[in-house]
Design a protein around this ligand. Structure first.
Ligand SMILES: [Ca+2]
Ligand SMILES: [Ca+2]
Ligand SMILES: [Ca+2]
Length: 545
């Protein structure tokens, strides 16, 4: 235990300082922990979240599968930086892949296997190989807080074997409910077991070192043997209960600190991103030295609400708050995930606003995640099955997803909103995503730059400069439903030193030359024709003369 703590301490120092003087350290493995921050691969990654059952059906049984993803990899990223027919993502998050009695898979019955409806372990190894050849990293959902009640561990625990204490049992029913008022103690034979989410999902007992060791072995297995690049960890804050105190307990925080030392000692480039569905101030406790980073739920609703309401005030303060809260912008950003109504629904079925939401997601700090179908304006409101519907590939029968009746009906907007049609249209939402994803993955100013928000004389104009090393870019969003022809932006106190600059827009090639920047400079946008269209985003390279 002590050794782990020391290792962890070393690692933390190495990660934060990229220190060079590691020679004296006696442990050889320490050298491999020297991992300069700017080289951390996920900082240049745009992830794409896939629900396998709904992505593409390769064998026409109505369910998406692993070979279906392999067939569609060229859609996601063909591995050729000179082609633009692909979306350009360079990371994939796969929702649960293991055998499960449920359609979603968040209750696992075998942690080392692949759901036979999705394929085999060989298919999965193939997928990893094909992804890596294209420069795509793959992370998998890690559902460890609970198993299925049909997992052999639980069955054996019920029978009172040596696995009895792998789950939590009580002879009498404890007198409290769960965090949202739900029943958490479920009767089985003459005793009660704990399951925070549902009786079919009994919580594993992480106060038992055997369970912790088993999970560590599974992490090793998927990382070293199967070669996934990391894990999206489900239900992080529910890990260890302390009586009726069931979320964000000290035991939970301590457990994740121990696991961080374990995973970084295994390999510093493993990535663990956590789902802590809480406020930013709760989430930050799990970042950096417990998990690599966590998803920022408040940011996601701030982006959606700002775009929906044509008003970015709250978003602006959220961005500033996060800059102070998280070291080096280590948080996951997204518009929606598989647990939320789809963004096109929330934003109000407006394609220009959906483009603006994408522009924000892909130019702001954070590690961005795109939920499959978001790029083609898929619809979906709860129940959960309806926010996880089959992907709309074309206007063919069943949207080109399968040749037989899909496990869930397609959205009826698939004739208009589908990959094939939207790829051909340079102004489509799909083309917008493709353009901005590539901008981000190829440009460290956009992916890793520090952000400095600028003031404008126009309340619809949201502008910021991003700076990385000696490069700077200006990003301007129009939150109005009207084109804007005349406005100015204050660039004093921006990251720019005094001098003379040219501003070159990267998409439409417009230019503002010879801008003198001093302590009280304004950048003026004035033109007869519209300068920035409704909900448009302009991005300028800033070149010092
Ligand atoms: Ca299938
Ligand atoms: Ca390409
Ligand atoms: Ca738990």
């Amino acid at each position: 235990m002590k050794k782990i703590t020391i290792l962890f301490g070393l690692l933390f120092i190495l990660l934060s300082c990229s220190s060079e003087n590691t020679k004296e350290e006696e442990n050889n493995s320490v050298d491999s922990l020297n991992y300069p921050e700017s080289n951390i691969w996920w900082n240049d990654t745009v992830f794409y979240e896939i629900f396998i059952r709904s992505f593409y059906d390769s064998n026409n049984d109505g369910r998406g599968d692993i070979n279906g993803i392999i067939e569609k990899l060229d859609y996601l990223n063909d591995g050729d930086p000179n082609t633009n027919s692909d979306l350009g993502i360079n990371g994939i998050w796969l929702m649960p892949i293991s055998p499960s009695p449920s359609y979603h898979g968040y209750d696992i019955i075998d942690y080392k296997e692949i759901n036979p409806e999705y394929g085999t372990l060989n298919d999965f190894r193939n997928l990893i190989k094909e992804c890596h050849q294209r420069g795509i990293k793959v992370i998998i959902d890690f559902v460890g807080n609970h198993s299925s009640d049909q997992h052999p561990w639980f069955k054996s625990s019920v029978e009172g074997s040596s696995k009895r204490n792998w789950y939590r049992w009580s002879t009498t029913k404890p007198n409290y409910k769960g965090p949202w008022g739900q029943e958490v103690w479920h009767k089985k034979n003459n005793a009660y077991y704990y399951g925070a989410f549902w009786s079919g999902m009994p919580d594993l007992n992480y106060s038992n070192i055997e369970v912790t060791n088993e999970i560590k072995n599974l992490i090793k297995y998927w990382y070293q043997d199967i070669k996934v690049d990391g894990f999206r960890v489900d239900a992080v804050k529910h890990w260890i209960e302390e009586g009726s105190n069931q979320e964000n307990t000290t035991s939970t925080l301590n457990w994740w600190r121990d696991l961080y030392a374990f995973q970084k000692n295994l390999d510093p480039s493993i990535m663990m991103v956590g789902e802590v569905w809480s406020s930013s101030s709760e989430i930050v406790k799990y970042s950096d030295d417990r998990l690599d980073y966590c998803f920022e739920f408040d940011l996601s609703s701030s982006i959606i609400n700002a775009v929906k309401n044509n008003s970015f005030g709250n978003l602006k303060s959220k961005i500033s708050e996060l800059q102070g809260l998280y070291p080096n912008s280590q948080y996951g950003s997204f518009l929606t995930n598989h647990d939320q109504n789809r963004s096109f629904e929330q934003i109000g079925y407006n394609l220009n606003k959906s483009k603006l939401a994408a522009s924000l997601l892909l130019t702001l700090p954070g590690i961005p995640y795109v939920y499959y179908g978001e790029e083609i304006a898929m619809l979906g409101k709860k129940p959960d099955e309806d926010i996880r519907k089959p992907m709309q590939w074309s206007d063919a029968i069943y949207g080109g997803f399968s040749n037989s009746n899909p496990w869930r009906n397609l959205n009826n907007n698939y004739l208009e909103y589908n990959v094939e049609k939207m790829q051909k249209d340079k102004n489509s939402l799909w083309s917008h995503y493709s353009k901005f994803i590539k901008l981000r993955t190829k440009n460290k100013v956009i992916s890793q730059g520090k952000v400095k928000i600028l003031e404008s004389n126009n309340t619809d104009i949201f502008a910021y400069i991003k700076s990385f090393e000696n490069s700077n870019m200006l990003i301007i969003h129009n939150f109005s439903s009207l084109d804007k022809k005349s406005f100015s932006i204050n660039i004093n106190n921006s990251a720019l030193s005094a001098g003379n600059y040219n501003f070159n827009e990267i998409f439409n090639n417009s230019k503002i030359d010879g801008v003198e920047i001093s302590s009280s400079s304004k950048l003026n946008f004035e033109n007869e024709s519209s300068v920035i269209k409704k909900h448009e985003t302009l991005i300028f390279n800033i070149i010092k003369n």
